[in-house]
Design a protein. Structure first.
Lengths: 388, 384
């Protein structure tokens, strides 16, 4: 009899009499449900945030920040450097022949949340002449576009729904007065959660004289290496040059890494608890079926088949638990609106995350089931038959 | 007490099972301790926050505040002292080695003696480029007292056009729980003289001390209304208010409580199962005891005591382990997170013990019901 066939038969036998051990087996399922439920619910936040960052930014765009900046708001590009960068070679041209490059500024504005009226910060970003052209998904959904040079703002759909006083026609307080919102836009990415103003006008209001970032579109996607080399080797500039998508990925990965330490820490502790539960249950299962196992062994089933069947049973229960936990996390959180700082995004429980929870379940059951399975395998037939 | 041998024998009957149960209780209470301990730390920080300290920032952070704001605040009746502070964000060597420096004036050390030890504040008073830092900052930058190094700030240029800020470490002090995370402090005069002329006299924060803590919230509002229509509107809050707000949108206490609760729920199932199994296996034993004349109440006591052993011992072990882990946490977590280490206060301890007792009772309910309905004759005959 082949080993695989043996394993299959013994496992089938195990599953058939699972009903008699229903409550005990439930411990493994419930334990893993907790682990995977907590893990996936918490990860849904960081995953949603990272997903939002990954989807933001035109892949053809390149961002320039001052050397060593980790975020947009701690980058600073003086005007003299900006002029060189914005007219560098390799940048795509607009219809009128001007380069598709735009300098931008970010700031936080204190505004009350719709939810509870507490003051939070909405992100204000700025567009220059090429601002709209560099963001292909940008479109107005209400009102009109802001006029450069005037104290006007446009609002993203999500920012409008999150903060008070953000409807078209409302006024937002800036350091130099009340700026009306003249339009509402949508981009389908993180920009939906921001306010947009005109770069030079906002800079003046905020009493700043340097930009945070410059975004350009390259004439050819292959031109990136040469473009970057030209800027980073220019002795007049001290800048970092990155594809916009890479920059966004890096920012979100930095934020997520911090939360991941906490999330995985908590989940690992829970998983160790589940592992002990699995161990106890499988141990009891093996002990209570001592005679059955001995009979199998006497009939010629190998100890390997018996041992493996124990682990398989634990895995099946554990995976069922992980899937149940994933289901709970998915129902509760997938597609829910979330926020982190001033980023607004949709929480995500992705198939890859569920796959990871299943892998965790298998690991927990293999480690938890290992000792009981060895115990089952090591029993001599005579001893086991004598056991009560 | 005289039944102790009975309980002990029951526990030793399956030593592996007892051991694993104990371990799982320990693990669950470690999580419990860390989570509830974190809440305890945050509560403690909110409690320790000074009600008389007012932090005034620019309402629009990017604009900063002119230093005259501090002078105007000092004139307000009810303000005892005030000081100015500005920040420098940068890195040392590689952008990953972040350095965040607070540059403040002489008065700051008197207002925040609990944030920067006064003797350390003295060290930067007389030396322009001196900085002092806490242990965490020194460790993360691998620096010791006397080291000179340069902080590169991508954001803030100096008058000479560079972004390089040379400093010397004048002192290193032990981390202060109330202000977690790496902290570097420097001399405001040095900062102010180093930036271009157009940027001089700009600050990020004014910190004031109210003569009467009860008046502080009103004073904070007074400050904001004073500058409401100026070119530099402010946003003032007492330290108490700031520390009571928690972590922005995330309701941290609710989240940690939920996680601790899930851990305990998992544990109830697990121990309930173990106890039920142990009772089931020994039904004949219990029947014998009953036949000897043991009352139901006495049997219940035996089962509860048997369950209480791993639950309470495990809770104690778990809290101890959590306490040890909490001490290691600052070295494991990446620096700069500002997440405080959990504290195992007596409240956490009492909660853990209460939960351990609850756990014991919850996991013995079903076995006890079964025992009280036990038919002595049937049990004895079936297992004889």
């Amino acid at each position: 009899m082949s080993a695989i066939r043996q394993v299959a038969i013994v496992s089938l036998l195990n599953f058939r009499n699972l009903r008699q051990r229903f409550w005990q087996s439930l411990v493994i399922v419930a334990g893993m449900t907790c682990v995977s439920g907590v893990l996936l619910s918490l990860l849904a936040v960081t995953e949603g945030m990272q997903e939002a960052y990954r989807n933001t930014g035109d892949p053809r765009s390149v961002i320039i920040v001052s050397h060593g900046s980790l975020r947009e708001d701690n980058s600073s590009i003086p005007r003299d450097q900006a002029r060189i960068i914005m007219n560098a070679q390799g940048i795509a041209k607009a219809a009128d022949g001007s380069p598709l490059s735009d300098s931008g500024f970010v700031a936080g504005l204190p505004v009350p949340l719709k939810k509870n009226g507490t003051t939070s910060y909405v992100r204000l970003i700025t567009f220059g002449k090429a601002g709209v052209a560099l963001r292909p998904t940008f479109h107005l959904v209400a009102g009109r576009m802001l006029r450069p040079g005037t104290h006007e703002l446009i609002v993203g759909t999500l920012a409008q729904s999150k903060f008070k006083g953000m409807a078209v026609g409302d006024k937002v307080t800036l350091p130099n007065g009340q700026w009306p919102i003249v339009g509402m836009f949508a981009t389908g990415d993180l920009l939906d959660g921001v306010l947009v103003g005109d770069t030079e006008t906002v800079l003046q209001a905020m009493r700043h004289n340097s930009y945070n970032t410059i975004v350009v579109r390259l004439a050819s996607p292959d031109g990136f290496a040469a473009f970057r080399a030209a800027l980073t080797h220019n002795p007049l500039l001290t800048v970092d040059v990155m594809r916009l998508t890479d920059w966004n990925t890096r920012i979100s990965a930095d934020t997520a890494a911090f939360f991941h330490v906490l999330i995985y820490g908590v989940s690992i502790i829970l998983a160790v608890g589940a592992l002990f539960g699995c161990f106890n249950t499988m141990y009891a299962a093996v002990e209570s079926r001592g005679r059955e196992i001995a009979t199998l062994r006497a009939l010629g089933y190998g100890s390997f088949a018996v041992a493996l069947s124990v682990i398989l049973e634990a895995s099946a229960l554990s995976v069922a638990g992980a899937l149940a936990g994933a289901m709970i996390a998915w129902t509760l959180y997938n597609g829910v609106q979330g926020s982190m700082g001033w980023d607004f995004f949709t929480l995500t429980v992705s198939p890859a995350m569920i796959g990871m929870a299943v892998l965790w379940a298998i690991a927990v059951s293999v480690f938890g089931g290992l000792m009981p399975s060895l115990r089952a395998a090591r029993w001599t037939v005579a001893d086991a038959l004598r056991a009560r | 007490m005289k039944y102790f041998p009975l309980i002990w024998a029951a526990l030793r009957r399956k030593p592996i099972r007892t051991g694993v149960t104990l371990l799982s209780v320990t693990v669950a209470f470690t999580l419990f301790g860390l989570m509830i301990g974190l809440n305890a730390t945050m509560d403690m920080m909110a409690q320790r926050a000074h009600a008389d300290r007012i932090w005034t920032l620019a309402r629009f952070e990017t604009t900063g505040l002119p230093i005259t704001v501090a002078r105007e605040i000092a004139k307000l009746p009810g303000i005892r002292k005030n000081s100015v502070m500005t920040y420098l964000q940068g890195y040392v060597g590689d952008p990953k080695n972040r350095a965040f420096v607070l540059f403040f004036d002489d008065e700051y050390g008197n207002i925040f003696p609990d944030q920067v030890p006064p003797r350390q504040a003295d060290l930067i008073r007389h030396e322009r480029t001196a900085v002092v830092m806490n242990r965490m900052a020194a460790d993360s930058l691998h620096k010791k007292v006397g080291d000179r190094f340069t902080i590169i700030s991508p954001q803030t240029s100096r008058a000479d056009g560079t972004k390089n800020w040379p400093v010397r470490i004048a002192g290193i002090y032990d981390d202060i729980a109330q202000f977690p995370g790496p902290m570097i402090s420097g001399n405001y005069a040095f900062y102010d003289e180093s930036v271009p002329l157009a940027e001089q006299g700009k600050i990020n924060e004014v910190d004031s001390l109210a003569a009467d803590p009860a008046q502080a919230p009103a004073l904070a509002e007074r400050i904001d209304s004073l500058f409401a229509n100026s070119g530099s509107p402010t946003r003032s809050q007492t330290e108490k208010q700031i520390f009571s707000q928690g972590f922005g949108d995330i309701d941290a206490p609710a989240l940690t409580r939920k996680i601790a609760l899930i851990g305990l729920l998992m544990l109830v199932l697990l121990t309930a199962n173990v106890i039920a199994q142990s009772v089931r296996e020994r039904l004949a034993e219990f029947a014998t005891l009953k036949a000897f004349g043991f009352s139901n109440a006495r049997l219940v006591t035996l089962v509860v005591a048997e369950a209480a052993f791993p639950c309470i011992l495990g809770a104690l072990c778990g809290i101890s382990l959590a306490r040890w882990l909490a001490l290691q946490l600052p070295t494991v977590l990446p620096p700069g997170t500002g997440i405080p280490a959990p504290t195992m206060t007596s409240t956490v301890f009492v909660w853990a013990l209460a939960c351990a007792c609850g756990l014991t009772l919850a996991s013995t309910v079903l076995p006890i019901l079964r025992l009280s309905r036990l038919d002595v004759a049937a049990a004895l005959s079936r297992y004889a």
